[in-house]
Ligand binder design. Structure first.
Ligand SMILES: [Zn+2]
Length: 304
């Protein structure tokens, strides 16, 4: 039986109260489709953090300590993470930094990459950062989904921030490029603790993702319920910056398609009183981070 596509799409022009009810309904349904409703609605799982190593910073004056740790993601699965904390004491904002296909948790710290070392730059500017792996294509636990496990691991990164005495739980952001931009979209949409989000090299439509892309984005029920504009609309009215490069061609994360998708996100932001909080930053590059725009966004929204 063929089900209608995007039956849960956002219908513009409703009251803020109705928009919030729509968000709650769609979020609950997506948690079910992601096979995460038991974890999301269940008791808190201890992080059970283990320190693997403290990595000496190459520049002694960098002002932060970088560590490799492991965490319990679920009661039966552990994950690796890279974390940085500014030296000193005092409360700091935190950003979950998410890599794309073909990279891993360390990639977002590499300055000579499409990530422009954005995690290192944020660490240098006094943010706590954390990065986990989302590039796996195997499901680890029976009964889970790939996208569900990736999202849950990103939520555990937020748990690490909220449990850390140095991190201000009201100033947690997330950012990523490509698959990382997709995971930033999911994390902002599904975790209300995210106060500000940068989703780079991803804003597009599901029709476009059906062509020329790894199909790991798709799972049963998703397309029948929503398109990407609706998932981004779950982040409203919290600050969201999307980034797309002019060098992206029409088979990739093409700027005209990004503008078209943005137009479908904006109504939810308007209806929820955050009209100025969503933007598309178009830069002259390709499939890469625009570092000044990312940094400016977090300095504005997480440093006040
Ligand atoms: Zn993939």
């Amino acid at each position: 039986m063929l089900l209608p596509m995007r039956s849960g799409r956002y219908i513009p022009g409703i009251s803020a109260e109705a928009a919030r009810a729509w968000q709650e309904d769609v979020r609950a349904e997506l948690f079910r489709y992601l096979h995460l409703d038991d974890l999301a609605g269940g008791p808190a799982i201890p992080l059970d953090e283990d320190l693997v190593s403290n990595i000496a910073s190459t520049a002694a004056s960098a002002g932060f300590v970088r560590s490799e740790i492991t965490l319990a993601s679920t009661l039966t699965r552990r994950i690796d993470a890279v974390v940085t904390l500014p030296e000193g004491d005092g409360s700091v904002p935190g950003v979950v930094c998410i890599h794309g296909h073909g990279s891993d948790r360390r990639g977002v710290y590499a300055t000579d990459s499409i990530y422009k070392g954005f995690a290192t730059e944020l660490a240098r500017l006094g943010y706590a950062t954390i990065a986990v792996d989302v590039g796996q294509h195997e499901v680890c636990e029976e009964g889970r989904l790939l996208m569900g496990e990736r999202l849950w691991d990103c939520r555990r990164a937020v748990d690490w921030f909220t449990s850390h005495p140095r991190v201000d739980a009201a100033r947690i952001g997330c950012a990523g490029l490509s698959l990382g931009g997709e995971m930033a979209m999911w994390l902002g949409a599904m975790d209300l603790r995210i106060a500000a989000e940068v989703s780079a090299g991803f804003l597009t439509t599901m029709d476009q993702m059906e062509q020329n892309h790894c199909m790991c984005w798709k799972f049963d029920g998703l397309r029948e319920l929503v398109d990407y504009a609706d998932i981004y609309a779950l982040t409203a009215p919290r600050p969201l910056q999307c980034q797309n490069g002019l060098q992206e061609d029409e088979t990739q994360f093409f700027v005209p398609l990004a503008w078209q998708t943005l137009e479908e996100i904006e109504p939810a932001y308007r209806d929820l009183g955050g009209a100025g909080n969503v933007s598309l930053h178009v830069h002259g590059g390709g499939h890469e981070i625009d570092l000044p725009a990312l940094v400016g966004f977090f300095e504005k929204h997480l440093k006040n």
